[in-house]
Design a protein around this ligand. Structure first.
Ligand code: GTP
Ligand code: SPV
Ligand code: MN
Length: 647
């Protein structure tokens, strides 16, 4: 029987997560004295030794009232759902099967890059040294002692009155040589329910984990505001003191103050990308912000492509695309993250370390992404979308899919009318849904060896100047293209306005170590294989002078993939330009949409634009990367300049 803690430590603490409204001071706990606590689910004694000490250490720090070791069962999930319904964290969406809607505190709706830090002994291990007087924009560093202090200040006693959930999870198929295990400790049932969708979570992971085996340590608390006032009892958080910390040396993540997305589902950006990229560097592979898709051409030949686009720039859409070109078939392996490694034959292989999709809701519709629409209406947690009076969901882009006369309630819980100036759904509202439900999930998506990658795509939102597709001249040029990526800011992070930001490899918010060294690591891949994937850059978002998209996008992007696959086959359908290879005249398949597409404008490469672009890239490298920039990249930039000058 679990030993119940008899009384609350101090009556300055009120207990339940939602009811915490009073101020509180330092708890009356003697350091080193572990409060008796009740283990409400699972058995602490049965945890692998290293997990046990990690849990005990953090029980001491956070002082939860209860411990719940997650087994990942339906029964457990139902209990969590019931509890969240009771606390108002979620509401039921009666129109669908096992679907739920969470509305967050409006101050907690996206990743917070500015509060995300990597901790290493030396700052230069984390970020390149910017030019004098320039603020670094390739990640934030924190000294180890400051990280310790930040944790102590925020986590001491932060779980009094709460349950600490112990969430064992695997990134990647359980048992794959490419997979890694993590343990997330969290006080958020929403995080537990979401981690169960996004990762392989529960008892089988603990069974796999040996006593002395290492795992990625993930500590998370939604936090408590220091003034003691929880403004949204259904969504406790502490936006003012939110901080997301990583210590690569210890494979350690510590996240405080936010319950949302990449801030709290620690398997995703924190583990699979930031810590993941540092492990990948050590072990000689790549952890990337990329979708993975399988594509079969009309001849029946199947290949796999990985693509890196910044947040909210079309990864999920491309990964689930319904091709408009007859005879093509797309299957989905993953929509956000790829772990890639060259096998002993020099073939690059990729796994999707995730188990679900945490996808942008607005813009997802029958016409733009029918596959996503066929995936998400069961067993899904929606966050910050609008709801309808018939128990369904709504967001911008779903106008044609709601029945007339249904009333809409916006993401904040207020009545909403069509045509209103504020959006119904938050622009970064999301669905969290099991990947296995995707009707076009690839048969090999859980293959332990990973799928073979034939091409890598980079891309972003470029309203001007950047053609629909161009091909890198070789691997080094491809790495340069990745390093010089730029894209319009989106709602997935805290940036405002349509500013064009540098986002190398779509990884700017996710580098786990110095970007200059990351580039060297990418360049070094050339020594690992004589059959490197071809690299391309794509841009679905070029606009005409009226601000209208020049390219229909979505399913029509299959035409771009068609050209790419034919290039992989060695077809002579490319012409040289200063920036890379673009389709030769009449080689790009426009059949059926010739009328609506201005190919000339789509592939135009304006010299002035590119001279400015090169200047901006050069300044960025000078300002931000300095002496850490590999000389191969400097050379690539020089060569591009020369080619442009001759244009
Ligand atoms: P994260 O989950 O944040 O990493 O985003 P993502 O890269 O998966 O982007 P997603 O596929 O969710 O698309 C984000 C937005 O871009 C949605 O509003 C889409 O409708 C829109 N979008 C995606 N593909 C296209 C396209 O080909 N053309 C246009 N015009 N918009 C697109
Ligand atoms: C992104 O921002 O790239 C996302 C959402 O996929 S989050 O998980 O919040 O990082
Ligand atoms: Mn996505």
């Amino acid at each position: 029987m679990p030993a119940l803690y008899p009384t609350v430590v101090s009556n300055r603490f009120t207990n339940e997560i939602g009811g915490f409204t009073k101020s509180f001071g330092t708890p009356d706990v003697v350091i080193g004295q572990v409060r008796a606590l009740s283990v409400v689910h699972g058995d602490l004694k049965e945890l692998p030794e290293k997990v046990k000490s990690y849990v005990q250490e953090n029980i001491k720090l956070c002082e939860p009232d209860k411990i719940h070791i997650c087994d990942g069962t339906d029964y457990e999930n139902q209990k969590l759902i019931d509890q969240m319904l009771e606390q108002g964290t979620i509401t039921a969406l009666s129109k669908y099967e096992n679907c739920w809607l969470a509305r967050t505190n409006p101050a907690d709706t996206a990743r917070v890059e500015s509060k995300t830090f990597i901790s290493t002994e030396k700052k230069s291990e984390t970020i390149p040294t910017p030019k004098n007087g320039v603020k670094g924009a390739l990640g934030n560093w924190i000294a180890p002692a400051d990280m310790d202090a930040a944790i102590k200040e925020r986590f001491t006693s932060c779980m009094i009155g709460r349950t600490m959930y112990v969430v064992p999870f695997s990134m990647g198929p359980i048992g794959s040589p490419l997979s890694k295990i993590g343990i997330e400790l969290t006080d958020s049932p929403y995080v537990v329910a979401s981690m169960r969708i996004m990762t392989r979570m529960g008892a089988p992971i603990l069974k796999k984990l040996k006593d002395d085996q290492d795992f990625v340590k993930c500590l998370h608390s939604v936090g408590r505001p220091s003034n003691g006032i929880v403004e949204y009892p259904n969504w406790p958080c502490d936006p003012e003191r939110t901080i997301i910390l990583h210590r690569p040396k210890n494979n350690e993540i510590v996240s405080y103050g936010s319950g949302y997305g990449g801030n709290s589902l620690l398997g995703k950006k924190c583990f699979a990308l930031r810590i993941g990229s540092t492990i990948a560097k050590r072990e000689g592979w790549l952890a990337e912000h990329m979708l993975i898709l399988g594509i079969t051409n009309p001849k029946g030949q199947k290949r796999y492509i990985a693509a890196a686009f910044p947040s909210a720039c079309g990864k999920t859409n491309l990964a689930m695309m319904t091709p408009s070109l007859p005879g093509y078939k797309i299957e989905c392996v993953g929509d956000d993250i790829a772990w890639m490694k060259f096998d002993k034959n020099g073939q690059l292989r990729a796994i999707n370390p995730e188990n679900g999709f945490f996808g942008v809701a607005p813009g997802t519709s029958r016409s733009s992404n029918p596959i996503a629409m066929d995936t998400i209406f069961k067993n899904t947690v929606f966050t910050n979308v609008a709801s309808t009076s018939d128990g369904g969901v709504f967001w911008e882009g779903m106008e044609k899919e709601v029945v007339d006369n249904t009333n809409i309630t916006d993401w904040k819980g207020n009545p909403w009318k069509k045509g209103q100036s504020t959006p119904a759904a938050h622009p970064n509202s999301r669905f969290c849904t099991p990947a296995s439900q995707c009707p076009i999930i690839d048969p090999a998506w859980e293959d332990a060896e990973g799928v073979p990658i034939s091409a890598i795509l980079f891309g972003g939102r470029r309203p001007t100047g950047v053609p629909l597709v161009y091909e890198a001249r070789d691997w080094k040029h491809g790495v340069f293209i990745g390093s010089s990526m730029r894209s319009e800011a989106t709602a997935a992070a805290e940036y405002k306005g349509k500013v064009i930001m540098h986002d190398p490899f779509a990884m700017r918010p996710f580098f786990g170590y110095n970007f200059g060294q990351y580039l060297s690591h990418w360049l070094s891949m050339e020594n690992r294989s004589d059959k490197l994937p071809k690299i391309f850059h794509v841009n679905w978002f070029r606009k005409d002078s009226n601000g209208k998209f020049l390219w229909p996008g979505f399913g029509e992007n299959s035409r771009v993939l068609d050209w790419i696959l034919r290039r992989l086959d060695g077809e002579k359908i490319a012409q040289e330009t200063p920036i890379g290879l673009i389709p030769a005249p009449n080689s790009f398949n426009l059949k059926g949409i010739e009328e609506n597409v201005n190919l000339e404008e789509l592939f135009n490469i304006p010299k002035d634009f590119w001279l400015n672009e090169v200047e901006a890239i050069e300044k960025y490298f000078d300002d931000q990367v300095g002496k850490d920039l590999p000389k191969e990249i400097v050379l690539q930039l020089e060569n591009l300049k020369k080619r442009l000058a001759q244009m």
